[in-house]
Design a protein around this ligand. Structure first.
Ligand code: NAD
Ligand code: UDP
Ligand code: UDP
Length: 343
């Protein structure tokens, strides 16, 4: 049975591996929920470039039309304003499920909405995947490890998460989303993939979204002090967005369910990150210490052995190479024509 790009009995990636390889990569119909956001829009660029038809589903809570506007004239691109907490009927082959605010400032803004997005939103997209036989990829997070007692974090680690804290709407939400994903896989035979994404940065991040890289870059450009929370000795591992997108696509196309850690193992304290930002943007940038937020994980670094072995994936862009790549985008949006304001 051959894959028919837009035929009535639409072909699915589940068609028992009978799709000839050359055709399999052409003309898939793919939903990207959260596709108007930071990571989603970079993923959409790659999928469109590959020749697929892409439907972005986004409620524009943190996403922006500007991130995907360059595809508006492409007949293979569609944008639907929709909240994934509500059911959705579509006919597609693959679902990349990214819809969920990712910055702590955004996801704490309305925690009940965050957990509804993670639980009901994921349930709906899994129901959709089940109905049409689509392959489903969940973008989970390193936050499922909480404030980890194991370092670096391996996928087999179950985590150290506060179930009643201010971050729980996000990390417990994602943990439940993982559970739902595995239960649809085991119970309904849905083909699923789970990525646990570590801190990612790059062009199109929301300016002022409160995440540390976007904060420091915007602050350095505006000649404001870099705000280091706590003593600045907590660590994170920062991944450039193109590496993540490559990992997500390999995971979706590969044979393994996961979960897979997708992150850059290069680990930095927040003070070291501030130093890299100073070196990249403004050596005279000052540092200002602020009280830290509640339940802030002390350290975070992915063990990516599994992704290396089974997906043949590893990040290519170091922090020192990647940071300059987002500076011109931020510069343009901060000092340019204020394109960021409309949605
Ligand atoms: P983002 O905030 O830029 O993008 C999220 C997108 O989802 C936005 O376009 C937003 O409008 C949309 N959205 C939110 N709630 C929605 C809803 N109820 N219905 C429809 N759309 C909704 O964040 P991002 O950094 O691009 O993150 C994308 C995904 O990756 C998220 O699921 C996030 O949890 C995960 N992730 C990201 C990181 C990171 O460092 N960027 C780390 C771990 C996990
Ligand atoms: N769903 C959806 N689109 C679909 C199929 C299902 O949004 O194409 C939603 C549906 O409304 C339900 C959820 O996904 O809330 C789970 O669907 P499923 O069929 O697994 O469960 P049920 O409807 O039996 O509760
Ligand atoms: N942080 C900081 N200054 C800022 C914003 C964040 O020092 O302006 C710290 C924060 O306390 C945390 C780390 O940077 O330890 C990463 O925070 P972010 O919100 O980017 O992501 P998280 O990994 O916590 O989800």
């Amino acid at each position: 049975k051959f894959y028919e790009p837009h035929g009535a009995g639409f072909g699915s990636v589940n068609s028992g591996g009978k799709i000839p390889l050359g055709l399999k990569r052409k003309g898939l119909r793919i939903v990207v929920t959260g596709g108007a956001g930071f990571v989603g829009s970079h993923l959409v660029d790659r999928l469109i470039e590959r020749g697929d038809s892409v439907i972005v589903v986004d409620n524009f809570f943190t996403g922006r039309k500007e991130n995907v506007m360059h595809h508006f004239k492409n007949p293979r691109f569609e944008l639907i304003r929709h909240d994934v907490v509500e059911p959705l009927l579509l006919e597609v082959d693959q679902i990349y499920h990214l819809a969920c605010p990712a910055s702590p400032v955004h996801y704490k803004h309305n925690p009940v909405k965050t957990i509804k997005t993670n639980v009901v939103g994921t349930l709906n997209m899994l129901g959709l995947a089940k109905r049409v036989g689509a392959r489903f990829l969940l973008t989970s997070t390193s936050e499922v490890y909480g404030d980890p007692l194991q370092h670096p974090q391996v996928e087999t680690y179950w985590g150290n998460v506060n179930p009643i804290g201010v971050r729980s709407c996000y990390d417990e939400g994602k943990r439940t989303a993982e559970t739902l994903t595995m239960d649809y896989h085991r119970g309904a035979g849905v083909e699923v993939r789970i990525a646990r994404i570590f801190n990612t940065y790059g062009p199109r991040m929301c300016i002022d979204d409160g995440r540390v890289v976007s904060n420091f870059v915007a602050q350095a450009l505006r000649k404001e002090p870099l705000t280091v929370y706590g003593d600045g000795k907590q660590t994170r591992s920062f991944q450039y967005v193109s590496d993540l997108v490559e990992g997500l696509m390999r995971l979706m196309e590969g044979e393994h369910v996961g979960p897979f850690n997708l992150g850059n193992p290069g680990e930095f304290t927040m003070l070291e990150l501030a130093q890299v930002v100073q070196e990249t943007i403004d050596p005279n940038a000052k540092i200002e210490f602020r009280p830290n937020t509640e339940d802030d994980p002390h350290k975070r670094k992915p063990d990516i052995t599994k992704a290396k072995d089974l997906l043949g994936w590893e990040p290519k862009v170091s922090l020192r190479k990647g940071l300059p790549l987002m500076v011109s985008d931020f510069q343009q949006r901060i000092f340019g024509d204020h394109k960021e304001d409309s949605t």
